[in-house]
Ligand binder design. Structure first.
Ligand code: NAP
Length: 284
């Protein structure tokens, strides 16, 4: 059986179309949504991601500001930029591009972002709300992955969802979202023993590991839904955490890399920004 593709390109374009209507409605009243991305250093992947975010803002009519700091920027400089963006009424979403250079304290900088301007959905307050099932801004990548499942009409309630990876930006919020959708959730990580025993029992398997083609066909149940969050560069090409070519013949649905969850992440960043702008303008 060949899996059906959960196509992030098509779906993110649909999300953008819906967002564009909302942005146009704001702009018609003279209200322009604004996103500020703070980028530190020269990491080529981060520059690529930030470029994609700028392009998405341009397509939608969101004002985009990118603050570029040198790789040796200090914590004080980074935090000053966050504070400046917080205070700027023209900016409704603030994002600090990760990963940061090792000498910087990312958690401290992120916690300074006003929760209502947390475009990435990973501020302490928003993460805490997610835990309780009261959604503020939701982390973009898991929000996008869930959107893909729901748009395809995939049943989540009552299913066994296995998430590999427990990062604060992907694995943990993904597990929480699936739990709130009434899946039975197993969260695995590098210390999980006999990992394949868990993955082979997954109706929905989410891989957020950062190891190229880690999930092989023998780790996947026949007919499982496989969501590949991984974004790895091998020999100059992107690939996911799932061995796509082998697993696609076993899964019922699968996300490709590239063209899968990554596209949805940007769409959800735009969605969080538009939502924050709508709330800010409504409160004026
Ligand atoms: P991360 O912070 O490095 O977390 C990786 C997780 O994988 C950790 O929880 C780690 O376990 C677990 N892990 C590592 N090796 C493992 C193994 N052998 N067996 C089981 N678990 C293992 O990474 P991340 O930020 O969550 O990102 C994960 C992947 O998604 C990366 O490829 C990243 O580039 C990609 N990503 C993509 C998007 C997108 O938009 N598509 C967005 C964000 C991230 P421990 O906790 O025990 O160390």
């Amino acid at each position: 059986m060949a899996a059906q593709l959960l196509d992030g390109k098509v779906l993110s374009a649909q999300v953008e179309d819906e967002l564009k209507v909302r942005v146009d409605a704001l702009r018609a009243k003279g209200n322009i949504p604004g996103l500020c991305v703070i980028l530190v250093g020269d990491d080529p992947a981060s520059h690529l991601y930030v470029g994609n975010k700028e392009k998405a803002c341009e397509r939608l009519g969101i004002a985009s500001t990118t603050v570029r700091l040198p790789a040796d920027a200090t914590q004080a400089q980074l935090e000053a930029e966050v504070r400046k963006a917080n205070q700027d009424a023209a900016i409704h979403g603030v994002l600090v591009q990760l990963p940061l250079p090792k000498h910087l304290n990312g958690a401290a900088a992120l916690s300074l972002i006003l929760p209502q301007k947390d475009a990435d959905g990973i501020h302490d307050v928003n993460a805490g709300k997610l835990m309780r099932g009261e959604y503020g801004a939701v982390a973009c990548t898991p929000k996008g992955a869930l959107y893909m499942l729901k748009s395809a009409g995939i049943q989540i309630a009552g299913k066994h969802a296995v998430v590999i990876g427990r990062s604060n930006i992907v694995g943990k919020p993904m597990a929480m979202l699936l739990l709130h959708e009434n899946a039975t959730v197993t969260l695995c990580h590098s210390r999980t023993q006999n990992l394949a025993d868990f993955t082979r029992n997954a109706d929905i398997l989410v891989a957020a590991i950062g190891v190229p083609r880690f999930v092989t066909a023998d780790m996947v149940k026949d007919g499982a839904v496989v969501v590949d969050v991984g974004m790895n560069r091998v020999d100059g090409k992107f690939c996911g955490d799932v061995d796509f070519n082998a697993v696609k013949d076993k899964a019922s649905y699968i996300t490709p890399v590239p063209g899968g969850v990554g596209k949805m992440t940007i769409a959800m960043l735009m969605s969080n920004t538009v939502e924050a702008a709508e709330k800010a303008f409504a409160a004026l």
